[in-house]
Write a protein that binds this ligand. Structure first.
Ligand code: F6R
Length: 255
């Protein structure tokens, strides 16, 4: 018999700039402390509008403190499929633009799922992605955003607790929200590669950031509703060390 322990994530509400500064300082402090102890730091990273301010702040801190990234390894949550890495909508491009090109990290230490694989190679590639995370020592801290439908990574409603890195079909809501970036919904890929819920829950620490009223309902469901595949972010209640950082608008439906 499986015992499922539920512990709601801690919640912090503040203006976006404060949230970005707080989380960036936590990451920078973690890297410094682990460097001092001779340990690597494995960052699980998200893309999208939400973490941009966080990455700006992390870049600023990295420069200010001349942070040593030689022991830092990163794994991104997801990538559209199929999509070329140099396409401006790709998460490879996003990470290079918003973070990797501004910090002294070796390209061999950064991992973003490959949207250019042949379909026949996807399953083995995804198993290898999981293997690489394990070989790196597991994710030290995982950064997440949340979709309006409660998705984390591209784990759309229906995603299972035991899911791992895999190919998924994107929901209509997710594709609609990406339409502007792709110059119309029809151009948005129908599929994506994403870490799974089990992959995310194995991180030592999980941080979810949300801003704006459009996220308020999903946030409320994730924090106060039942743990359910209908709202994948609700699985964070199964994590012993998860914190949700909300701006006042994203926190506005909390009761
Ligand atoms: C992106 C990701 C997604 C986003 C979510 C919110 O790597 O995993 O789950 O975090 O769709 O996106 P934004 O921040 O653009 O509202």
């Amino acid at each position: 018999m499986e015992t499922i322990t539920q512990k709601r994530p801690a919640v912090v509400v503040a203006e976006n700039e404060v949230l970005a500064r707080t989380v960036a300082a936590e990451i920078a402090n973690l890297i410094q402390a682990r460097n001092a102890a001779g340990l690597s730091t494995v960052l699980g990273l998200a893309t999208g509008k939400t973490p941009i301010l966080l990455y700006q702040e992390l870049i600023r801190l990295a420069q200010q403190r001349t942070l040593d990234f030689s022991r830092v390894v990163t794994f991104n949550l997801d990538e559209y499929y199929p999509l070329e890495s140099d396409s401006p909508q790709s998460y490879h491009y996003f990470m290079y633009k918003h973070l990797f090109s501004h910090i002294p990290i070796a390209a061999t230490h950064t991992h973003v799922p490959d949207g250019t694989l042949a379909r026949a190679d996807i399953a083995s590639y995804c198993a290898e992605y999981e293997q690489k995370i394990r070989q790196a020592g597991g994710i030290t801290i995982q950064i997440l955003g949340i979709g309006e439908n409660g998705h984390i990574g591209f784990n759309e409603p229906g995603a299972e607790r035991e899911s791992r890195t895999r190919l998924v079909t994107l929901s209509d809501t997710t594709r609609r929200n990406a339409a502007d970036d792709f110059g119309g919904e029809t151009n948005v890929p129908r599929e994506a590669l994403t870490m799974g819920i089990a992959t995310i829950l194995e991180a030592q620490k999980v941080v979810l950031l949300a801003s704006g009223a459009r996220k308020a309902r999903a946030v409320q469901q994730a924090l106060a509703g039942p743990v359910s595949a209908d709202v994948p972010a609700s699985y964070l209640s199964l994590h012993p060390n998860a914190t949700v950082y909300l701006d006042p608008a994203a926190a506005s439906q909390r009761r």
